[in-house]
Design a protein around this ligand. Sequence first.
Ligand code: NDP
Length: 401
Amino acid sequence: MKNIFVIGAGGVSSVTVQKMSMLKNDFNEIILASRTIERCRVIKELIKKKFNFDIKIEQLNADHTNDVVKLLKKYKPDIVLNLALPYQDLTIMEACLREKVHYLDTANYEPKNEAKFEYKWQWDLHNNFSKKGLMALLGCGFDPGVTNVYTSYAKKHLLDEIQSLDILDCNGGDHGQPFATNFNPEINIREITANSRHFENGDWKTGEPLKKKISFNFPEIGFRNMYLMYHEELESLVKNFPEIKRARFWMTFGDEYLNYLNVLKNVGMTSIKPIDYNGTKVVPLKILKKILPDPSSLGKLTKGKTCIGIIVTGIKNNLEKTYYIYNICDHRKCYNEVGSQAISYTTGVPAMIGCLLMSKKIWFRQGVWNVEQFNPDPFIQQLNIHGLPNQTVELKNKLKF
Ligand code: NDP
C-alpha cells in the first residue's frame, strides 16, 4: 500500500509529506490535495528541491464528500491521510468508505458550530469500515497519538495494571510574538477555552476552563505552570484501559498568553456564534484566526523545547510503581530539518509513522481503531528512527496533586 492521498496542506502536512518523501521506497506516489492549491504548490516545490521527488497536487474542498470521492476515483490511493481540520473527518471517512480506501487522521471530529469533540461519530463507523475490509486509524499525532502509544507501552512493559494516567504537554518554546497559537488558531482556541474535564473513579468531572494550575519541573525546560484541560485521548484511553481510575490532561501556558486569551475571550473574539457585521454573518473566532500569525510562519522564530509525555502509576508484581515517559523536541532542530516548529513536527512525524505501519500491514485491522489498540513496539521503534525518541524514567513517588 504505497499510494498515499494527503488532505490538507498546513503545518502538519508539510512535515508529514517531507518525512514520507525521505522514504521513497515505502511511499511511491503522494497526492496532496487541499482547499488552497497555492499551499500545495509550495510543498510540492519544496519536495522537488529537497528530495528530487514529484508529488501530485489538487485543489479540494473536503467539506463535500462527492468532491473527495471524485479525486479518490481519479488516483485510486491505498490510504487517505487526513491532515485538514477535524471538521472534515466525517466527510472524508464517508468518501473512503465509498471508494474503499483506508483512512488515518490526527484529531477527532468536531462539528463546526459547536465547540465539542468526541469519538462517537467516528467510532459509529466501525462496522461499516469492518464490513468493507477497511481500516481507519484515529488520532495519530502526538497527543493524541504518541501519548496513547506511551500508555499501551507502559501497560505492555512496565505495569500489570495502570491506576492513574496524567498526560503532560509542555511547550517551552518562545517565538517572540505577543500572541500566537502553536497550531491552527481556531481549533486551538476552541480547545483551550472549553471546560476542563477529567476522569475519576468511573465519572467525568468538569470544571471551569484553565482554573486548576500546578507548577511542574519539566526535564530540560524547568518549572512551568500547567493547567488541567480536556483532551480527546482521555476518552479512548479510559475505554481501552478500563482499569484506569484517574486520567487527566495538562497543558502549559505562560501568563502573558493567558492575559491575551482572557481579553480576547472577554471582548467576544473567541466566540464561534456568528454576529451580524454590516449585513454579513461573521464568526469572531474566524476573524481572529485570519489576523493571528499563521503557525507555519513561526518555525524560524521559535527557540526552546517541547516536552510531551505521560506519568503513569500502577502495580507491577504487587508493588506500586510510577513512570514518566516523554519526548523532548527542539524547535530549532525541527526548523533546520523541515522548516517547521516542533508542534507541527511532533504531529507530522507520528502521522507518517502510522501511515507507514498501515501501509506495511504491521498495524492492520479492519474497522475503526485508536492508536493504543495496536502493539506499541514498532511505533516506538519508528519514533526513535524518525526524530522523536522517548525517555523512560522511574519516579520515586507518585504525583501528589
Ligand atoms: P493548518 O491550519 O496549518 O492546516 C490545515 C490545512 O487543512 C490547511 O491547508 C487548510 O487549507 C486545509 N483545509 C481546511 N479546511 C479544508 C477543507 N474543507 N478542505 C480541504 N482542506 C482544508 O493546521 P495544522 O497543520 O496545524 O493541523 C492539521 C491537523 O492536525 C488539525 O486537524 C489539527 O487539529 C491536528 N493536530 C493534531 C495534533 C496532535 O498531536 N494529535 C497536534 C496539532 C494539530 P487552507 O490553506 O485553505 O486554510
